[in-house]
Design a protein around this ligand. Structure first.
Ligand SMILES: [Zn+2]
Length: 282
């Protein structure tokens, strides 16, 4: 039997938590069938590093300014993004603009001036994605409707609503606009009823998989505050968890793992078409 191959569509391989043993982390993921990771940058200072790491590991990358990094971003960072997208236009490993979006999780982020600042950076980056004709990797935490409103005004070539956690109606809206929905560790928790219902019932054509490593640990790595106080450390989420997350999603949909693999693989390429050339050339 051959090992099913996976694409981790959202994985922060350049995160400090993974830096000390990134080669071991990536090798373990490869051993478990993770063929390719998409590494979204989060700030202009990380663009070079994200690109270099994706090249070194044989992965893909996206360039963008994450909503949680907007507070410390400079106006000139948007020009740096434009310049980088121009300079590396012919790099087959550059597959999207991301991670971009809006985050209204914390009250301070929902209010002026950070709300407006996030919107300004998000909309400017959507315009860059449109200009460079690249799909987007979207962060939509507590902001699904606001993200959608911007997408309706600034049309981009599709992409992924990563770690999607909205209602069925909101999910349908994204799919109708041509976006895929990223499912990851959060969908492995029994208590995530609404999310698991989406993972089970959304049309197969909209589904992609991700770990969002090192964030969003699946349930088997998660420790409650109480357990942590007891000295049990939180397990570290890495792209090696993707096949087990995939098994959870396959179980939710009552699909054989191989069938889910084909669906998720094709959808990832459809969301980020440059992956096709990359995967066939390496
Ligand atoms: Zn992310």
């Amino acid at each position: 039997m051959t090992l099913p191959l996976w694409i981790d569509t959202h994985c922060h391989l350049d995160a400090p938590e993974l830096a000390h043993d990134i080669d071991v982390v990536r090798a373990l993921a490869a051993e478990r069938g993770v063929r390719l990771c998409v590494l979204p940058a989060v700030a202009a200072d990380h663009f070079e590093g994200a690109r270099a790491l994706a090249h070194r590991l044989g992965d893909a990358y996206a360039l963008g300014i994450h909503p949680l990094f907007v507070a410390h971003a400079q106006e000139g960072d948007l020009e740096r993004l434009d310049a980088a997208l121009t300079q590396w236009r012919d790099d087959p490993r550059l597959v999207a603009v991301g991670e971009i979006g809006l985050d209204f999780f914390v009250p301070a982020l929902q209010r002026p001036p950070l709300r407006e600042r996030q919107l300004h950076f998000f909309r400017a980056q959507l315009k860059l994605a449109r200009k460079h004709q690249l799909p987007v990797l979207l962060h939509t935490r507590r902001s699904v409707d606001a993200v959608r409103q911007s997408l309706r005004q600034i049309e981009v070539p599709g992409g992924i609503a990563h770690a999607f956690n909205g209602s069925r109606q909101q999910a349908d809206h994204f799919v109708a606009m041509g976006f895929k929905l990223g499912f990851g560790g959060a969908a492995t928790f029994d208590r995530a009823r609404q999310l698991r219902l989406l993972a089970r019932e959304m049309p197969a054509a909209c589904l992609v998989l991700e770990t969002d490593a090192p964030d969003m640990p699946p349930h088997w790595l998660y420790r409650t505050a109480e357990q942590r106080a007891d000295g049990q450390p939180q397990g570290r989420n890495t792209p090696a968890e993707l096949p087990r997350i995939a098994q959870c999603v396959a179980d939710l949909r009552s699909l054989p793992l191989e069938a889910l693999q084909r669906i998720a693989w094709d959808n990832a390429i459809s969301a980020m078409p440059r992956l096709e050339g990359l995967l066939s050339s390496q």
